[in-house]
Design a protein around this ligand. Sequence first.
Ligand code: KG4
Ligand code: ZN
Length: 342
Amino acid sequence: MTTLLGIETSCDETSAAVVQDGRTILSLVIASQADFHARYGGVFPEMASRMHIEAIHPVITQALEQAHGSLDEIDVIAVTRGPGLAGSLVVGMNAAKGLALGRGLPLIGVSHLEGHLYSLWLVEGAEQTQFPVMCLIVSGGHTELVLMTDHLHYRRLGGTIDDAAGEAFDKVGRMLGLPYPGGPYIEKAAREGNPAAFAFPRAWLEGAHDFSFSGLKTAVLRELKRQAPDSHPGEAAPPPNTPIADLAASFQAAAVEVLAVKTVAAARVHGATAIFMAGGVSANKALRAEMEKRAGDLPVRFPPLILCADNAAMIAAAGHWRFLAGHRDSLAMDVKPNWKLT
Ligand code: KG4
Ligand code: ZN
């Protein structure tokens, strides 16, 4: 039995978790800064870093307490090395190094993207996974289509050529006058709207496993301007008669259709046994339903809501598999803000 302490500080969540064998979560603590950054309409990097410094020790202490243990029970420290905000990553990295040095524990730097994928291994039934698996990572910073051929082995097939899916949700949310981050608010507004009200464009990018969301975002902007030529979408709230629910539903329908159709097509071409979705946008119920509808008899798996967003349990889970594979990092390891999965 191996017990890992995972630490995640890549963006605006300070998180620590104690996870056994990459499978059982003994504790998970997430201190989110989202309410603070909401007033700026996005993450304010310098403040994110400062807030991680304030939160990191209480969060780690709480995670150990909730697991009814102490550092004495920890065998390995796993920490997010990148990608993410440099000033945020170093806070988690320095805390991890301090603990590893003080306790003489092995230290493992984990890719945040690999962490999102391993959130699927914290779910019942994960042991039965047969490779290859088609993975769609959809978050605020990433939209990546990756074929996982074995544990820790990935082939990147494509990704967004402009905005990440979550970024598009957040930008459109802002245009519609919804709070930050827009994703969950768009999903909520869309429930009351008609997804066929506006025929927004779908960027199919035939022949490539890539995605594009900037044209869709611009189409929503154009529609808002058409309805109210004197409005300033994104800067001022839309006029009271704006059909927010229909716009949200039509935008969401276009975004999730492209994500689902292209992921299922790639899964079939590459003989995947299942589709795995991870990252903040994989919390979206319309995306989950569309993916399942398009996949037919191909199983679709996604993490429970708490594990869709950034969290340290997924970092500990990925760290576990790296630990099993013999991976160890030195105390000289530095953060990699632009680290690619492959
Ligand atoms: O994985 P995550 O917490 O952080 C990153 O690594 O980026 O993802 C955050 C993103 C945000 O863009 C947020 O709007 C989006 O995930 N998101 C959603 C939903 N919940 C979160 N997007 C659409 N529908 C949702 N229900
Ligand atoms: Zn993330």
